[in-house]
Ligand binder design. Structure first.
Ligand code: DAH
Length: 356
């Protein structure tokens, strides 16, 4: 029968010699496995004489514990060594670019906002923002849309529950209330654009209950309709990338501008697709006008001294026209295949989408 002391010395030597985790496992099975040598000795204990059994049992238990502990210690040392070896050969170059397939895409709405902001900022505009939940005053009344005005019905407004004083907050139906906030807060000269979310209770292929607009406002002592036209013609030419983009201004009506106009850009639908900048057709692109004197007055600006122009356009519509996106609803479906197709690879420049 094996002598426990000899066996211990032999196993400890084998454990010390085990060069890797596989070799160590082989020693463990040889010693402590089901038909291992220590296991065999323990099984044989039953046949030993009763007076011998106790002493030998203790010796075998001590042997088993010593071998198990040595295996654990060796195992930890081998694992550390394996990790050190891996760390020595493997290194991560954090300066490598991200693999293209793992890179996200800029959503076409964010991209379009960035493009528009870049064009207007170059002209000297700053970006202003306002809350999505607005007062009835900022969204309607101050914009010369008093209660009972028919324009209120056209907006399909989402109202919040009535407050105790009977007033109701609204989800802003356009970005125009930010004109009011800006004119109340700051004195002219004012030159702002306001990209942001807007809300109306409407849903089909060209309407969504949440959509985006960009608003513009310029107020100064000498601002006139020529500035409005020059600014918007230059903007559309830059945005659509067509230098001599045909444009026209049609008389229109908005309660907050006088005179008011809608701007169209030239296009053709020949050949099935839509081509912007050529042909005999027209596409409506935005609403605009000279700020109504009553609106200036509502914000504490003297209309005898100051004049302004304003405009508003739908960002989804502009993106659909520029990038050939057929259905408005797809903007919000979060379909990654769609985003891969219509999205944009991020550029290494500060953008509104990237938080500047
Ligand atoms: N607020 C208008 C709308 O949502 C768009 C608009 C038209 C804004 C003319 C303006 C403007 O600032 O002058 O339909």
């Amino acid at each position: 029968m094996d002598n426990p002391d000899q066996l211990r010395d032999q196993l400890l030597a084998e454990i010390g010699d085990a060069a890797d985790l596989d070799a160590l496992e082989r020693v463990r099975v040889e010693a402590l496995g089901r038909s291992g040598r220590i296991t065999g000795l323990m099984k044989a204990l039953g046949q030993a004489a009763p007076e011998e059994r106790r002493e030998r049992g203790q010796a075998l238990n001590a042997l088993k514990d010593a071998v198990a502990a040595a295996i654990e210690t060796r195992k930890a040392a081998l694992e550390d060594a394996a990790l050190d070896a891996r760390l020595a050969v493997e290194s991560v170059d954090v300066t490598l670019p991200v693999r293209p397939e793992a890179e996200g895409r800029i959503h076409p709405i964010s991209q379009t906002i960035d493009e528009m902001v870049a064009i207007f900022c170059e002209m000297g505009f700053s970006v202003a923002e306002g809350p999505h939940i607005e007062t009835d005053f900022n969204n309607f009344t101050a914009l010369n849309i008093p209660p009972e005005h028919p324009a209120r019905q056209e907006h399909d407004t989402f109202y919040l529950p009535e407050k105790e004083d009977g007033s109701r907050l609204v989800l802003r139906t356009h970005t125009s209330p930010v004109q009011i906030r800006t004119m109340i807060d700051m004195a002219p000269p004012i030159r702002i654009i306001v990209p942001g979310r807007t809300f109306r209770a409407d849903y089909d292929a060209t309407h969504s209950p949440m959509f985006h607009q960009i608003e513009g406002l310029v107020v100064d002592e000498t601002t006139h309709m020529g500035h409005l036209k020059g600014c918007l013609i230059d903007f559309c030419a830059a945005f659509f990338g067509v230098d001599d983009l045909p444009t026209r201004f049609r008389p229109s009506f908005f309660p907050f501008t006088e005179p008011s106009a809608e701007m169209d850009i030239g296009c053709t639908r020949e050949g099935g697709g839509l081509t912007i900048g050529a042909g005999a057709d027209w596409l409506e692109i935005l609403g605009c006008g000279m700020v109504h004197p009553k609106v200036l007055e509502n914000c504490g600006i003297d209309p005898a001294r100051y004049q302004g122009f304003a405009f508003g356009l739908g960002i989804e519509r502009a993106a659909m026209l520029k990038y050939g996106i057929p259905d408005l609803r797809t903007f919000y479906e979060s379909d990654l295949r769609w985003l891969k197709h219509y999205g944009f690879v991020p550029l290494d420049v500060p953008t509104v989408a990237g938080g500047l």
